[in-house]
Design a protein around this ligand. Structure first.
Ligand code: HEM
Length: 481
């Protein structure tokens, strides 16, 4: 048996893991109604932490039904126990990307793509190396490429605000993100392929069918039982979205010749590589970023004019000193960097992580040790780990300069990328390979935004994938520093 990799191992009392799964069938169904409809996910966990007086508990997780008959997980709900999920020697990450169920591989051309593979599978590191190859070969081109896409996005927003008095941020950033990612991977525009300008819709349709069991449309209460039975009893078949998927696949097949050639040189079959490109572009990258940018804008927006002024001052001063937007400029933006990290801490875009114990192990919370048996499913609810009041001061507050200066020491407690912010993604771990790219793109977004605008007003409402943001006004830059 091995012990958890918590930073300071202490001799804490070994306790049985409290919690309850309830009666078969009824327990999981009752719990998922609490989770989706009666309590909502934060209250679902918080009320059980309080009831069992423990941050490591046994709970059911959705969807259940025929989709995921085994709903039992051990939930880690603090910042000390959570990192056991990153320890690949102790946990297995095979087919657990979506949690207690795995969508049919027919959604992915019959392959288990990289994100579903465990580190013990040799094809995992091979496929991940392909992603690292793309990322490193585009290192010097992504700044100008993203700036071009953002400039179209801002023109879009301005046009809609002046014409209709409001602009749909999510749909505009969705288009910019898809166009950026497609060109990033293939060097071509999606409009040069059969994807045309329908990329975001094609991805959303495909994602919705595979992830439906984890979602709720937020309909009035009387529809809850119907919705629950419809999307959480049996899976939506992959053929319903096959034509959308095929278009994405064919678009990447057509445009991605040089990446696919490289994949073949590395020993990956051409069609497997292409299915992995669709998954990485559509699920990992588009899914992650189109969730992340609205979250970023929401928290910066809530920071109000005083935060906007501080960000504009910093950004405009540094960009002027550095004669433009460069890696070195992005690195000098201390407040902007901290705002991005604080956003990733307070509202991680991918809030759930799952893994199975490879062996009997012990995990520690702040106040006790718990034994987990080989094969048990471990689940981490990340917002509770990165808003742990025993680690972060005022954890529920958005503190823009939290990670400035000495605050940088706290970056090891930021986990958005399925690892510590101070650790590196490698082919041999399960950390997001685009960890650094994502942080840079968020900084770059704020730079381009505050080079154009002094401030903005907006409205938001929570939705399945991140908040839905409506921009109400954009105040153009009044002066340069
Ligand atoms: C804000 C945007 C993003 C977020 C929040 C995000 C988050 C994550 C997380 C949490 C994981 C681990 C999932 C798990 O195993 O539980 C992951 C894995 C992964 N991400 Fe990202 N990601 C983002 C953007 C991207 C981008 C832009 C790319 C590609 C260019 C990418 C490629 C991948 C891949 C390939 C994996 C699987 C890694 C492996 O199996 O070892 N992600 N990402």
């Amino acid at each position: 048996m091995s012990s958890s990799s918590s930073t300071s191992w202490q001799n804490l009392p070994l306790k049985p893991i409290p919690g309850s799964y309830g009666l078969p069938i009824i327990g999981p169904m009752h719990d998922r109604h609490d989770y989706f409809y009666n309590q909502g996910r934060d209250k679902y966990f918080a009320s059980r932490v309080e009831k069992y007086n423990s941050t490591v508990i046994r709970v059911n997780m959705p969807p259940g039904g025929f989709i995921a008959p085994d709903t039992k997980v051990i939930a880690l709900l603090d910042g000390v126990s959570f990192p056991i999920l990153f320890d690949n020697a102790k946990v297995e990450k095979r087919d657990v990307l979506d949690g207690t169920f795995m969508p049919s591989t027919n959604f992915f051309g019959g392959y288990r793509t990289c994100a579903f593979q465990d580190t013990a599978e040799s094809s995992h590191s091979l496929l991940k190396r392909l992603i690292f190859f793309i990322l490193s070969s585009k290192h010097n081109t992504f700044i100008p490429l993203f700036i071009t896409n953002l400039s179209e996005h801002f023109t879009d927003l301005e046009k809609d605000v002046s014409k209709h008095g409001k602009a749909n941020f999510n749909s505009s950033i969705g288009t910019a993100t898809f166009n950026f990612l497609f060109k990033f991977i293939t060097d071509k525009n999606p409009t040069e392929t059969k994807i045309g300008d329908s990329g975001p819709t094609l991805v959303q349709v495909w994602l919705a069918a595979q992830l439906a069991p984890l979602a709720t449309a937020g309909l009035p209460k009387i529809f809850n039982y119907i919705e629950d039975a419809l999307i959480r009893t049996i899976p939506i078949p992959s053929w319903t979205v096959k034509s959308s998927y095929d278009k994405l696949y064919e678009g990447l097949w057509e445009a991605g010749t040089s990446v696919l050639n490289e994949a073949e040189k590395m020993g990956i079959k051409r069609d497997e590589a292409c299915h992995n490109l669709v998954f990485t572009l559509g699920f990992n990258a588009f899914g992650g970023l189109t969730n992340q940018f609205p979250i970023l804008l929401k928290w910066v927006g809530l920071g109000g004019e005083s935060l906007h002024k501080k960000l504009s001052d910093e950004i405009r001063t540094v960009v002027k000193e550095e004669n433009g937007v460069s890696f070195s400029a992005l690195d000098k933006l201390t407040l902007t960097k901290s705002v991005v990290y604080e956003t990733l801490r307070i509202e991680p875009a991918v809030p759930y992580q799952y893994a199975k114990a490879r062996e009997d192990l012990v995990v520690q919370s702040h106040d006790a040790s718990f034994e987990i048996k080989k094969g048990e499913m471990i689940f981490g609810y990340q917002p509770f780990a990165t808003k742990d009041a025993k680690i972060f001061e005022n954890p529920e507050d958005f503190v823009a300069d939290r990670f400035v200066g000495d605050g940088e020491k706290m970056l090891k407690h930021v986990f958005w990328s399925n690892g510590r912010e101070t650790d590196e993604a490698t082919p041999d771990n399960k950390m997001c390979p685009a960890k650094d790219l994502v942080v840079l793109l968020c900084r770059l977004y704020l730079v381009e935004f505050f080079l154009r605008y002094d401030t903005f007003t907006f409205e938001f409402k929570p939705s399945v994938l991140g908040p839905s943001i409506t921009i109400k006004s954009l105040v153009k830059v009044s002066s340069t520093v």
